[in-house]
Design a protein around this ligand. Structure first.
Ligand SMILES: *Cc1c(COP(=O)(O)O)cnc(C)c1O
Length: 405
């Protein structure tokens, strides 16, 4: 990437648009499912079916609008190859199928996106007989200790959802490298603007473009990015032929548009998140705030080293259990009670009953997801309005759990 991140975010992959057709400044949404070709190629093979930019055959194999977003995401993550999928979940499924075979073993962070954890336990372990060990990857030695001769994949998230735990990608990449194991990192929470796992030694990055990359809560999608040619070939086969779970042209357009403002949005998300985290931390009714930008975060130093910003998601715990949680939510007007994150609007959710309800209660306890935990996706609204809303929520909690005499 020769130019700065912010410049590539605006135009990389779309530069050719002006030379075509009407001189569009923005790449058109190519809706055609099939593309006319000049003549037959007697030597065509399966590998020859995706000729790349400028030459297209069938939209599942390659589509000009999807191709552009794949190029852009690859550039932003610092990888050679990008692949856009119908969801973050389908991207992660393709990553697993590209790297793991029957009888293999997977080591994963124990604090993962709820859906990914369910995929690993229910599909990999439950249906395909692939053993998965969940470890506290905050300690790189725990990852190393869990490796077996048949380990094929280490799967990490950092920061994690919903507890914002971090793991040291560089240290774990060295362990993975020594053992000849593929290292995949779900970079959804930080986005490539704040963290680039490929630069830190990861082999593969996954994104739910549904979140910060699209950024407007109006598109579902995912992506895989890698610099490894062999891995890319395998992923491309799975994306286009083996699974066919591709991002639609319209969603590709939305993500292309979303990435143009990623740097500005991320800066504002972070600024607002820090204001709220600091306020929550000083309040008597709040027992814990999880945000890597706070000096009190146990891995604040790692965050400073590994990330160029701390992101827009935080979680916190209230005294007073479920009753306090319900009172807090009742007091809010600006935050919608909704799952998902990374959009311009502020959202709040209750992991134990919403995003992580599929994780059995004993495991939730072991990880640290209590009934008192709330996760906030801090939007780009004015910080004063968000702060005022948090104050309203906290006042509602105090009047509920300590009713005025
Ligand atoms: C949302 C999310 C996913 C799943 O992505 P979908 O687009 O909903 O399928 C995976 N990982 C993380 C960290 C997420 O936040």
């Amino acid at each position: 990437m020769g130019r700065k991140f912010d410049t590539e975010a605006v135009s990389f992959g779309e530069e050719g648009a002006t030379e075509r057709d009407a001189g569009d400044v923005v790449l058109p949404i190519h809706v055609s499912s099939t593309f006319a070709t000049d003549g037959i190629d007697p030597d065509a093979s399966l590998e020859g079916l995706d000729p790349g930019a400028g030459e297209f055959l069938y939209t599942r194999l390659s589509n000009p609008t999807r191709h552009a977003v794949e190029e852009r995401l690859a550039a932003l993550e610092g990888g050679e190859h990008g692949f856009a999928f119908a969801s973050g979940t389908s991207a992660i499924a393709a990553a697993v199928l590209a790297t793991v075979r029957p009888g293999d073993h997977v080591v994963a962070f124990d604090d993962l996106y709820g859906g990914t954890r369910a995929m690993f336990t229910e599909v990999l372990a439950g249906r395909l007989g692939i053993d998965v060990s969940f470890v506290d990857a905050r300690n790189p030695a725990a990852v190393e200790d869990a490796l077996r001769p048949e380990t094929a994949l280490i799967w990490l998230e950092t920061p994690t959802n919903p507890l914002l735990k971090l793991c040291d990608v560089e240290a774990i990449a060295a362990i993975a490298d020594d053992a000849g194991v593929t290292l995949g990192v779900d970079n959804t929470f930080a986005s490539p603007y704040f963290q680039r796992p490929l630069d830190l030694g990861a082999d593969l990055v996954a994104q739910s473009t549904t979140k910060f990359l699209n950024g407007h809560s109006d598109s579902l999608g995912g992506a895989l990015i890698t610099g490894d040619d062999d891995l890319a070939e395998e992923i491309e086969f799975l994306q286009t032929v083996g699974l066919g779970n591709v991002l639609s042209p319209f969603d590709a357009f939305l993500v292309l548009r979303g990435t143009k403002t990623l740097p500005m949005r991320m800066d504002r998300h972070e600024e607002n998140a820090l204001v709220l985290a600091q306020r929550l931390e000083e309040h008597d009714l709040v027992t814990a705030v999880h945000y890597p930008g706070l000096p009190s975060h146990p891995q604040h130093d790692l965050a400073r080293r590994q990330m160029s910003g701390f992101g827009g998601v935080l979680s916190f715990e209230l005294t007073g259990g479920l009753e306090a949680v319900e009172a807090f939510l009742d007091g809010l007007a600006e935050f919608s009670l909704a799952v998902s994150l990374g959009g311009v609007e502020s959202l709040i959710e209750h992991p134990a009953s919403m995003t992580h309800s599929t994780v059995p209660p004993e495991e939730r306890d072991a990880i640290g997801i209590s009934d008192s935990l709330l996760r906030v996706s801090v939007g780009v609204e004015h910080a004063d309005d968000l702060l005022a809303d948090v104050e309203r929520g906290l006042e509602r909690v105090s009047s509920t759990i300590e009713p005025p005499a």
